[in-house]
Design a protein around this ligand. Structure first.
Ligand SMILES: [Fe+2]
Length: 251
């Protein structure tokens, strides 16, 4: 429950010789129907459950906050974020929770529908680049970059990030948080979620915590991210230097 591939118009092909991940989009990749059966993920280990859920979460957050967002993608994205927020920790607590597993599968599918009707952004640009250079799983890469990219984008689309506090944290916290603090609270909710995932599943939160990336590789990651297709939909323009400074924060 993560990629949403069962419903998206996107495929990623890894070129292992040139160390690049290339994304392709085509209507011919869309299925006529997708069947979600929670029995398929009942034995998925906790750290894979966590990283795939964070891929779905990132699809929804980026679909909602990127430049191609629209009312249809917004509706699917917010519903998907709510499902991940409500069910991920109960599934990690009880891995055979069939209802929670179905919620995560639905979240993944709905997030896939969201970004197929919208797009993704800089988290995916950096994630594709890091995955290609350091051979880390995609969902882990999403978990590493999501809060830092939101932090970077905030000055341009803080109003949209603020709206995500409702599906992320629920109506009580949304109502208790003054409007001008909601974007920061949404980002800190994601940071707290990552801390909980780290303590439950050891899912790394930073590049250094992965133990598989060297600081010498970061320039290559930044250069590859700059050439990734999803960067053009990011709400805030990013130069090579901007990407390097996000990578430094994520270190
Ligand atoms: Fe993804």
């Amino acid at each position: 429950s993560g990629t949403g591939s069962e419903v998206t118009m996107v495929a990623v092909v890894s070129d292992t010789e040139k160390n690049v991940k290339m994304a392709f989009a085509s209507n011919y990749l869309m299925p006529h129907a997708a069947i979600l059966d929670p029995r398929m993920t009942q034995t998925l280990p906790p750290h894979l459950t966590a990283m795939t859920a964070m891929d779905a979460m990132t699809h929804a957050v980026e679909a909602y906050t990127c430049m191609a967002a629209n009312p249809i993608s917004d509706a699917y994205a917010t519903a998907a974020i709510k499902k991940v927020s409500n069910s991920l920790f109960s599934v990690l607590d009880n891995t055979t929770d069939a209802h929670g597993r179905l919620e995560l599968a639905q979240a993944s599918t709905m997030a896939g529908i969201a970004f197929s009707n919208s797009m993704v952004g800089l988290v995916h640009s950096l994630g594709h680049a890091l995955g290609a250079v350091a051979h880390l799983p995609h969902g882990l890469c999403m978990n590493l970059f999501l809060p830092y990219v939101l932090e970077y984008n905030k000055e341009v689309n803080g109003d949209k990030i603020a709206e995500l506090l409702l599906p992320l944290a629920g109506p009580d916290i949304y109502a208790q948080t003054p409007a001008h603090l909601r974007a920061d609270k949404a980002i800190s909710t994601i940071l707290t979620m990552r801390d909980r995932l780290y303590s439950l599943t050891k899912l790394p939160r930073t590049l250094s915590e992965t133990g598989k990336v060297t600081e010498a590789q970061l320039d290559e990651v930044a250069e590859k991210a700059l050439n990734d297709g999803s960067i053009i939909y990011n709400p805030k323009e990013a130069s090579l230097e901007d990407l390097k400074s996000i990578l430094k924060k994520a270190w």
